[in-house]
Design a protein around this ligand. Sequence first.
Ligand SMILES: CC(C)(COP(=O)(O)OP(=O)(O)OC[C@H]1O[C@@H](n2cnc3c(N)ncnc32)[C@H](O)[C@@H]1OP(=O)(O)O)[C@@H](O)C(=O)NCCC(=O)NCCS
Length: 290
Amino acid sequence: MSEGSKRGGPLGFILVSTSELQSTIEALWEVRDTLGPQSAEAMAAVSEAIDLLDRGQVRVAEVNRDGFVVVNQWLKLAVLLLFKLTEMRTIEVGPFEYADKIPLKTDYMERGVRVVPGASARWGSYQAPGVVMMPSYVNIGAYVGENSMVDTWATVGSCAQIGANVHLSGGVGIGGVLEPPQAEPVIIEDDCLIGSRCIVAEGARVRRGSVLGAGAILTGSIPVIDAGTGRELSRGEVPANVVAVSATRTREFDGGSFGLPCVLVIKRIDAGQRHDKAALNEILRGHGAI
Ligand SMILES: CC(C)(COP(=O)(O)OP(=O)(O)OC[C@H]1O[C@@H](n2cnc3c(N)ncnc32)[C@H](O)[C@@H]1OP(=O)(O)O)[C@@H](O)C(=O)NCCC(=O)NCCS
């Protein structure tokens, strides 16, 4: 875990190291019912935590060396506390007006992030250099890795973790999760293509180098089935280096047989290779189109 910085966030507060900060946030969580917009000290600590998220120096969740998702709960607590500690205010941008508690991100040029008009990201989300945001939305606590594309009308929910070189195609809905604090966020690992209009929610995970075909629904309870064997591989987790598409499985109910959605693994991709359709992001970059 990195050391906290001395620079204040957009709300102008300054604090110390992340381990101290973690203890402070956990202690504040215990007394959350006593806190409100007037609690300046609490706001200083929470602001510093959100600022670390904002700079990508800490993450709500990470995949560890053994491949397990580790959730840094205290950061989610910080996000939840932020809502308690801030008040609604009017935010005007040219002819547009919003009402919110949390500022939008700024300084995209400096950070090497391309933001097409209509896109917005909240303070406390992180976009690494090379990220392109078409008119889309990235919520607080979310992390988007290097050179990833958040395409038109894609939404990245709070705390979702998107790897590097990922293409979230048009209209993709990546679910957010704040409560309960220990709940795992959605994880999309490096080099994945998530096809148009997919829904990935409830701590679902797509492992490195995989393609999720357009229109798939992947939640924590959706079975992922291997088309080659018919075997259920998991609930809510697409393995690495595969092509998986939306399909249905037959399920018997008292009222009859019905088709319920599942995700079907139809192909394997050699590790390190990219599916030809997943290369779209690179092709567009090569043409300078993004
Ligand atoms: C999944 C996908 C990558 C195709 O992968 P592929 O390896 O080229 O697979 P194929 O086209 O050979 O299709 C294999 C089978 O899966 C089926 N299939 C393909 N895409 C599917 C999808 N999204 N949902 C359900 N079934 C699908 C095909 O009909 C085909 O069935 P068949 O073998 O009976 O003909 C592609 O269909 C897709 O969804 N791409 C995403 C497109 C997109 O969203 N682009 C971004 C624009 S912003």
